[in-house]
Ligand binder design. Structure first.
Ligand SMILES: Cc1cc2nc3c(=O)[nH]c(=O)nc-3n(C[C@H](O)[C@H](O)[C@H](O)COP(=O)(O)OP(=O)(O)OC[C@H]3O[C@@H](n4cnc5c(N)ncnc54)[C@H](O)[C@@H]3O)c2cc1C
Length: 209
């Protein structure tokens, strides 16, 4: 469900896809979330990850979130939330049922142009089965993909999983990879980056045991 009050305040349920929110923003001329264009996921999932680009996360556009847990539901303002680069401190066993976004009213053409430019930047991302970036960038201004590239691991394969030749922070599943292939490749990458650059890469993906 989406509710727009005409002044750029936008409400969507936690299960709303980012793609559908972007579509509405383009139609209504609401600006401020164009950088999320092309990122797969739901509003709840992307808030949980504070997903976004290198320098922005969806929390930049969020004004409050609605949460539900065994004790009931509540609304939490952005100022009460602890978040950062690909990080959101949510209490455990809590579901984001919805969120308010604070956007700017502009023209549909303006939003369409910005969305197109963000989608364009993604054209160079690897195609195929992947989880997107595997590792967080180790610190501001540095790039996990660059470090992995410099280790020489591009194309390195374990079973059906290999390091993308296009973007070294992507592991591609050729369709036959097992989870253990991917986990082994993650360990090889971490070990090599640690050995060559003394940098501890931290996974951006959440690994379910
Ligand atoms: C090809 C590709 C490209 C990508 N590019 C980017 C990118 O550029 N930038 C980026 O940041 N990410 C990127 N990602 C990663 C991904 O899109 C994000 O992590 C996104 O947040 C996943 O959203 P989801 O709804 O699918 O959540 P899921 O992947 O299903 O879940 C992610 C986490 O959020 C939790 N969660 C999900 N929904 C809720 C909810 N309603 N309430 C509470 N917790 C919840 C889950 O339990 C899990 O811990 C990419 C992924 C792919 C496959």
């Amino acid at each position: 469900m989406v509710d727009i009050d005409g002044s750029g305040n936008f409400y969507a349920g936690g299960g709303a896809s980012i793609a559908s929110i972007i579509t509405i923003c383009k139609e209504k001329g609401l600006s401020g979330i164009e950088f999320m264009a092309g990122i797969p996921g739901t509003l709840g999932g992307t808030i949980r990850m504070n997903a976004g680009t290198n320098d922005r996360g969806i929390m930049d556009a969020v004004s409050f979130i609605d949460l539900a847990d065994a004790s009931g539901s509540r609304r939490i303002g952005k100022n009460e939330l602890e978040y950062g680069y690909r990080h959101m401190a949510l209490p455990t066993k809590t579901v984001i049922t919805g969120a308010g976004l604070s956007l700017n009213v502009t023209s549909p053409d303006d939003v369409r142009a910005k969305v197109a430019s963000f989608i364009d930047r993604r054209r160079n991302q690897p195609k195929g089965l992947s989880s997107g970036c595997i590792f967080k960038n180790p610190e501001e201004g540095s790039s996990a993909g660059y470090l992995i590239d410099k280790t020489g691991l591009k194309g390195h394969r374990v079973g059906g999983a290999f390091v993308s030749d296009i973007h070294a922070n992507f592991i591609i599943n050729d369709g036959s990879a097992s989870s253990s292939d991917i986990l082994k490749l993650i360990e090889i990458i971490k070990d090599e980056v640690k050995k060559q650059f003394s940098v501890e890469l931290e996974e951006e993906v959440i690994i379910l045991a």
